[in-house]
Design a protein around this ligand. Structure first.
Ligand code: 2NE
Length: 263
Protein backbone atom coordinates (compact mmCIF):
# COMPACT_ATOMS: atom_id res chain seq x y z
CA UNK A 1 0.00 0.00 0.00
CA UNK A 2 1.28 3.44 -0.95
CA UNK A 3 0.88 6.24 1.56
CA UNK A 4 2.09 9.83 1.58
CA UNK A 5 1.27 11.10 5.10
CA UNK A 6 1.54 7.98 7.21
CA UNK A 7 4.01 5.11 7.47
CA UNK A 8 2.63 1.58 7.61
CA UNK A 9 4.64 -1.51 8.38
CA UNK A 10 3.77 -5.05 9.44
CA UNK A 11 6.28 -7.23 11.22
CA UNK A 12 6.08 -10.25 13.54
CA UNK A 13 2.32 -9.91 14.10
CA UNK A 14 2.39 -6.16 14.77
CA UNK A 15 1.04 -3.51 12.38
CA UNK A 16 2.61 -0.16 13.12
CA UNK A 17 0.85 2.97 11.84
CA UNK A 18 2.81 6.22 12.13
CA UNK A 19 1.39 9.66 11.37
CA UNK A 20 4.29 11.10 9.40
CA UNK A 21 4.02 14.88 9.45
CA UNK A 22 6.61 15.74 12.11
CA UNK A 23 7.05 19.32 10.83
CA UNK A 24 3.38 19.88 11.76
CA UNK A 25 3.66 17.95 15.03
CA UNK A 26 1.78 15.16 13.25
CA UNK A 27 -1.35 17.22 12.74
CA UNK A 28 -3.69 15.60 10.22
CA UNK A 29 -5.11 16.61 6.84
CA UNK A 30 -7.97 14.76 5.17
CA UNK A 31 -5.31 12.75 3.35
CA UNK A 32 -3.78 11.64 6.66
CA UNK A 33 -7.20 10.70 7.96
CA UNK A 34 -8.09 8.79 4.79
CA UNK A 35 -4.78 6.92 4.91
CA UNK A 36 -5.36 6.03 8.57
CA UNK A 37 -8.69 4.46 7.63
CA UNK A 38 -6.98 2.46 4.85
CA UNK A 39 -4.18 1.18 7.09
CA UNK A 40 -6.56 0.28 9.92
CA UNK A 41 -8.78 -1.60 7.48
CA UNK A 42 -5.79 -3.52 6.13
CA UNK A 43 -4.66 -4.37 9.68
CA UNK A 44 -8.22 -5.56 10.39
CA UNK A 45 -8.36 -8.05 7.50
CA UNK A 46 -4.74 -9.25 7.60
CA UNK A 47 -4.78 -12.44 9.68
CA UNK A 48 -1.03 -12.17 10.29
CA UNK A 49 -1.67 -9.03 12.36
CA UNK A 50 -2.44 -9.56 16.06
CA UNK A 51 -1.77 -6.10 17.50
CA UNK A 52 -1.82 -2.58 16.06
CA UNK A 53 0.46 0.22 17.29
CA UNK A 54 -0.49 3.82 16.51
CA UNK A 55 2.16 6.50 16.89
CA UNK A 56 3.64 9.70 15.45
CA UNK A 57 6.93 10.46 13.71
CA UNK A 58 9.80 12.09 15.55
CA UNK A 59 10.03 12.76 19.27
CA UNK A 60 7.92 15.91 19.57
CA UNK A 61 4.38 14.73 18.96
CA UNK A 62 2.10 11.72 18.84
CA UNK A 63 -0.57 13.73 17.00
CA UNK A 64 -1.90 17.27 17.47
CA UNK A 65 -5.28 16.77 15.80
CA UNK A 66 -6.46 18.70 12.79
CA UNK A 67 -3.88 20.72 10.83
CA UNK A 68 -5.04 24.26 11.56
CA UNK A 69 -2.98 25.70 8.71
CA UNK A 70 -5.16 24.01 6.09
CA UNK A 71 -8.45 24.21 7.93
CA UNK A 72 -11.25 25.75 5.91
CA UNK A 73 -15.03 26.05 6.06
CA UNK A 74 -16.41 22.53 6.46
CA UNK A 75 -13.22 20.80 7.55
CA UNK A 76 -9.59 20.17 6.73
CA UNK A 77 -8.27 20.15 3.17
CA UNK A 78 -5.93 17.62 1.63
CA UNK A 79 -5.59 15.68 -1.58
CA UNK A 80 -8.57 13.52 -0.54
CA UNK A 81 -10.80 16.56 -0.71
CA UNK A 82 -14.07 14.66 -0.73
CA UNK A 83 -13.73 13.38 2.84
CA UNK A 84 -16.17 15.33 5.01
CA UNK A 85 -15.17 16.12 8.59
CA UNK A 86 -17.94 13.99 10.03
CA UNK A 87 -16.95 10.94 8.00
CA UNK A 88 -13.19 10.89 8.30
CA UNK A 89 -12.34 11.67 11.91
CA UNK A 90 -15.02 9.62 13.55
CA UNK A 91 -14.27 6.79 11.10
CA UNK A 92 -10.70 6.58 12.41
CA UNK A 93 -11.94 6.50 16.01
CA UNK A 94 -14.60 3.99 15.09
CA UNK A 95 -12.08 1.68 13.36
CA UNK A 96 -9.68 1.88 16.32
CA UNK A 97 -12.52 0.91 18.65
CA UNK A 98 -13.99 -1.86 16.50
CA UNK A 99 -10.97 -3.52 14.88
CA UNK A 100 -11.05 -6.90 16.65
CA UNK A 101 -7.43 -6.67 17.75
CA UNK A 102 -5.79 -4.64 20.54
CA UNK A 103 -4.65 -1.16 19.48
CA UNK A 104 -1.84 0.44 21.48
CA UNK A 105 -1.17 4.19 21.36
CA UNK A 106 2.59 4.73 21.54
CA UNK A 107 2.45 8.29 22.84
CA UNK A 108 5.84 9.74 22.02
CA UNK A 109 5.07 13.45 22.58
CA UNK A 110 2.15 15.86 22.40
CA UNK A 111 -1.28 14.22 22.17
CA UNK A 112 -3.46 17.29 21.68
CA UNK A 113 -6.95 17.85 20.25
CA UNK A 114 -7.95 15.07 17.86
CA UNK A 115 -4.58 13.46 18.70
CA UNK A 116 -5.64 13.06 22.31
CA UNK A 117 -8.98 11.64 21.16
CA UNK A 118 -7.11 9.03 19.09
CA UNK A 119 -5.05 7.90 22.08
CA UNK A 120 -8.15 7.88 24.30
CA UNK A 121 -10.01 5.50 21.97
CA UNK A 122 -7.05 3.11 21.70
CA UNK A 123 -7.28 0.04 23.92
CA UNK A 124 -4.02 0.92 25.66
CA UNK A 125 -1.80 3.99 25.87
CA UNK A 126 1.90 3.71 26.66
CA UNK A 127 3.45 7.14 27.10
CA UNK A 128 6.92 8.59 27.08
CA UNK A 129 7.66 10.68 30.17
CA UNK A 130 7.94 13.63 27.75
CA UNK A 131 4.36 13.23 26.47
CA UNK A 132 1.78 15.94 27.08
CA UNK A 133 -1.96 15.57 26.81
CA UNK A 134 -4.91 17.87 26.31
CA UNK A 135 -7.84 19.03 24.25
CA UNK A 136 -7.74 22.26 22.26
CA UNK A 137 -11.14 22.50 20.56
CA UNK A 138 -12.66 25.35 22.58
CA UNK A 139 -9.42 27.34 22.04
CA UNK A 140 -9.44 26.97 18.24
CA UNK A 141 -13.16 26.80 17.57
CA UNK A 142 -13.82 23.08 17.48
CA UNK A 143 -15.06 20.15 19.51
CA UNK A 144 -15.04 16.40 19.08
CA UNK A 145 -18.26 14.95 20.48
CA UNK A 146 -19.13 11.31 20.98
CA UNK A 147 -16.04 9.16 21.21
CA UNK A 148 -13.99 12.24 22.13
CA UNK A 149 -16.15 12.96 25.15
CA UNK A 150 -17.73 9.61 26.04
CA UNK A 151 -14.60 7.46 26.14
CA UNK A 152 -12.76 10.22 28.02
CA UNK A 153 -15.47 10.26 30.69
CA UNK A 154 -15.14 6.52 31.10
CA UNK A 155 -11.36 6.84 31.41
CA UNK A 156 -11.04 9.75 33.84
CA UNK A 157 -14.54 10.50 35.18
CA UNK A 158 -17.03 13.23 34.29
CA UNK A 159 -15.61 16.17 36.26
CA UNK A 160 -12.06 15.63 35.03
CA UNK A 161 -13.25 15.09 31.44
CA UNK A 162 -15.11 18.40 31.50
CA UNK A 163 -12.05 20.13 32.96
CA UNK A 164 -9.90 18.71 30.16
CA UNK A 165 -12.32 19.82 27.44
CA UNK A 166 -13.57 23.15 28.80
CA UNK A 167 -10.25 24.56 30.02
CA UNK A 168 -7.88 23.16 27.35
CA UNK A 169 -5.07 22.72 29.87
CA UNK A 170 -2.10 20.50 29.19
CA UNK A 171 -1.27 17.56 31.44
CA UNK A 172 2.05 15.83 31.97
CA UNK A 173 2.50 12.10 31.43
CA UNK A 174 2.62 11.62 35.21
CA UNK A 175 -0.70 13.46 35.61
CA UNK A 176 -2.18 11.42 32.75
CA UNK A 177 -1.19 8.20 34.52
CA UNK A 178 -2.59 9.41 37.82
CA UNK A 179 -6.00 10.22 36.29
CA UNK A 180 -6.24 6.96 34.29
CA UNK A 181 -5.72 8.56 30.88
CA UNK A 182 -2.83 6.19 30.05
CA UNK A 183 -1.78 2.71 31.14
CA UNK A 184 1.94 3.25 31.64
CA UNK A 185 4.61 5.94 31.50
CA UNK A 186 8.22 5.10 30.82
CA UNK A 187 11.43 7.07 30.24
CA UNK A 188 11.41 8.33 26.65
CA UNK A 189 14.29 6.09 25.58
CA UNK A 190 12.49 3.00 26.92
CA UNK A 191 9.25 3.65 25.02
CA UNK A 192 9.83 1.14 22.22
CA UNK A 193 11.04 -1.53 24.63
CA UNK A 194 7.87 -1.13 26.70
CA UNK A 195 5.54 -1.10 23.68
CA UNK A 196 7.30 -4.19 22.27
CA UNK A 197 6.78 -5.99 25.58
CA UNK A 198 3.03 -5.17 25.62
CA UNK A 199 2.78 -6.40 22.01
CA UNK A 200 4.59 -9.63 22.87
CA UNK A 201 2.35 -10.22 25.92
CA UNK A 202 -0.79 -9.62 23.83
CA UNK A 203 0.39 -11.79 20.93
CA UNK A 204 0.68 -14.75 23.33
CA UNK A 205 -3.03 -14.55 24.16
CA UNK A 206 -6.00 -16.13 22.39
CA UNK A 207 -6.94 -13.77 19.52
CA UNK A 208 -10.59 -14.83 19.65
CA UNK A 209 -10.80 -14.18 23.40
CA UNK A 210 -9.26 -10.73 22.90
CA UNK A 211 -11.63 -9.97 20.02
CA UNK A 212 -14.75 -10.97 21.94
CA UNK A 213 -13.58 -9.10 25.06
CA UNK A 214 -12.97 -5.95 23.02
CA UNK A 215 -16.49 -6.17 21.58
CA UNK A 216 -17.93 -6.94 25.02
CA UNK A 217 -16.29 -3.86 26.57
CA UNK A 218 -17.97 -1.64 23.96
CA UNK A 219 -21.31 -3.47 23.70
CA UNK A 220 -22.56 -1.87 26.89
CA UNK A 221 -21.88 1.70 25.79
CA UNK A 222 -22.31 1.55 22.02
CA UNK A 223 -25.99 0.66 21.85
CA UNK A 224 -27.15 -1.31 18.84
CA UNK A 225 -23.76 -0.85 17.13
CA UNK A 226 -21.98 -2.41 20.11
CA UNK A 227 -24.44 -5.28 20.32
CA UNK A 228 -24.12 -5.79 16.55
CA UNK A 229 -20.33 -5.98 16.73
CA UNK A 230 -20.48 -8.43 19.62
CA UNK A 231 -23.09 -10.49 17.77
CA UNK A 232 -21.19 -10.49 14.48
CA UNK A 233 -18.05 -11.53 16.38
CA UNK A 234 -20.08 -14.57 17.47
CA UNK A 235 -21.44 -15.06 13.94
CA UNK A 236 -17.92 -15.23 12.48
CA UNK A 237 -17.20 -18.15 14.85
CA UNK A 238 -20.55 -19.81 14.03
CA UNK A 239 -19.57 -19.75 10.35
CA UNK A 240 -16.64 -22.02 11.25
CA UNK A 241 -18.96 -24.72 12.65
CA UNK A 242 -20.37 -27.82 10.97
CA UNK A 243 -23.86 -26.72 11.95
CA UNK A 244 -23.56 -23.47 10.01
CA UNK A 245 -21.97 -25.20 7.03
CA UNK A 246 -24.81 -27.76 6.96
CA UNK A 247 -27.20 -24.91 6.06
CA UNK A 248 -25.02 -23.77 3.20
CA UNK A 249 -24.29 -27.32 1.99
CA UNK A 250 -28.00 -28.25 2.00
CA UNK A 251 -28.85 -25.19 -0.07
CA UNK A 252 -26.14 -25.95 -2.60
CA UNK A 253 -27.12 -29.64 -2.76
CA UNK A 254 -30.82 -28.74 -3.13
CA UNK A 255 -31.86 -30.81 -0.10
CA UNK A 256 -33.40 -30.12 3.31
CA UNK A 257 -30.80 -29.17 5.97
CA UNK A 258 -30.30 -31.77 8.73
CA UNK A 259 -29.85 -29.61 11.83
CA UNK A 260 -31.24 -32.04 14.42
CA UNK A 261 -27.86 -33.64 15.19
CA UNK A 262 -26.60 -30.26 16.40
CA UNK A 263 -29.22 -29.89 19.15
C1 2NE B 1 1.04 21.04 20.31
C2 2NE B 1 1.41 22.42 20.82
C3 2NE B 1 0.88 22.60 22.26
C4 2NE B 1 2.96 22.49 20.85
O1 2NE B 1 3.36 23.78 21.24
P1 2NE B 1 4.90 24.23 21.05
O2 2NE B 1 4.98 25.64 21.52
O3 2NE B 1 5.80 23.23 21.68
O4 2NE B 1 5.21 24.13 19.47
P2 2NE B 1 4.60 25.05 18.30
O5 2NE B 1 5.63 26.05 17.90
O6 2NE B 1 3.25 25.56 18.64
O7 2NE B 1 4.41 23.95 17.16
C5 2NE B 1 5.50 23.45 16.39
C6 2NE B 1 5.11 23.47 14.94
O8 2NE B 1 4.04 22.56 14.74
C7 2NE B 1 2.94 23.24 14.17
C8 2NE B 1 3.09 24.68 14.66
O9 2NE B 1 2.37 25.56 13.86
C9 2NE B 1 4.59 24.85 14.54
O10 2NE B 1 4.94 25.06 13.20
P3 2NE B 1 5.98 26.23 12.77
O11 2NE B 1 5.43 27.51 13.31
O12 2NE B 1 7.29 25.83 13.44
O13 2NE B 1 6.03 26.17 11.29
N1 2NE B 1 1.72 22.65 14.67
C10 2NE B 1 1.49 22.06 15.85
N2 2NE B 1 0.25 21.64 15.96
C11 2NE B 1 -0.37 21.98 14.81
C12 2NE B 1 -1.68 21.81 14.31
N3 2NE B 1 -2.62 21.17 15.02
N4 2NE B 1 -1.96 22.29 13.10
C13 2NE B 1 -1.02 22.91 12.36
N5 2NE B 1 0.25 23.09 12.77
C14 2NE B 1 0.57 22.62 14.00
C15 2NE B 1 0.88 23.55 19.92
O14 2NE B 1 1.53 23.48 18.68
C16 2NE B 1 -0.59 23.50 19.71
O15 2NE B 1 -1.37 23.92 20.56
N6 2NE B 1 -1.02 23.02 18.52
C17 2NE B 1 -2.39 23.12 18.06
C18 2NE B 1 -3.25 22.01 18.63
C19 2NE B 1 -4.65 22.16 18.07
O16 2NE B 1 -5.29 23.18 18.17
N7 2NE B 1 -5.19 21.08 17.43
C20 2NE B 1 -6.47 21.07 16.78
C21 2NE B 1 -7.61 20.81 17.76
S1 2NE B 1 -9.18 20.60 16.96
C22 2NE B 1 -9.08 18.96 16.36
O17 2NE B 1 -8.07 18.32 16.40
C23 2NE B 1 -10.29 18.34 15.75
C24 2NE B 1 -11.55 18.43 16.35
O18 2NE B 1 -11.67 19.08 17.49
C25 2NE B 1 -12.69 17.86 15.73
C26 2NE B 1 -12.55 17.17 14.55
C27 2NE B 1 -11.30 17.07 13.97
C28 2NE B 1 -10.18 17.63 14.56
Amino acid sequence: MEFTEILYEKKDGVARITVNRPEKYNACTTTTIYELTQALTDAWVDRSVGVVVLTGSGDKAFCTGGDQSIREAGGYSGTVAALPLEVGWQQVSSLIRTIPKPVIARVNGYAIGGGNVFQVVCDFSIASDKAKFGQAGPKVGSFDPGYGTGDLVRAVGLKKAKEIWFLCRQYSAAEALEMGLVNAVVPHEKLDEEVDQWCADLLEKSPTALKMLKYAFHAETDGVVGVTNLGVGGLSMFYDTEESLEGKNAFMEKRKPEFSKFR
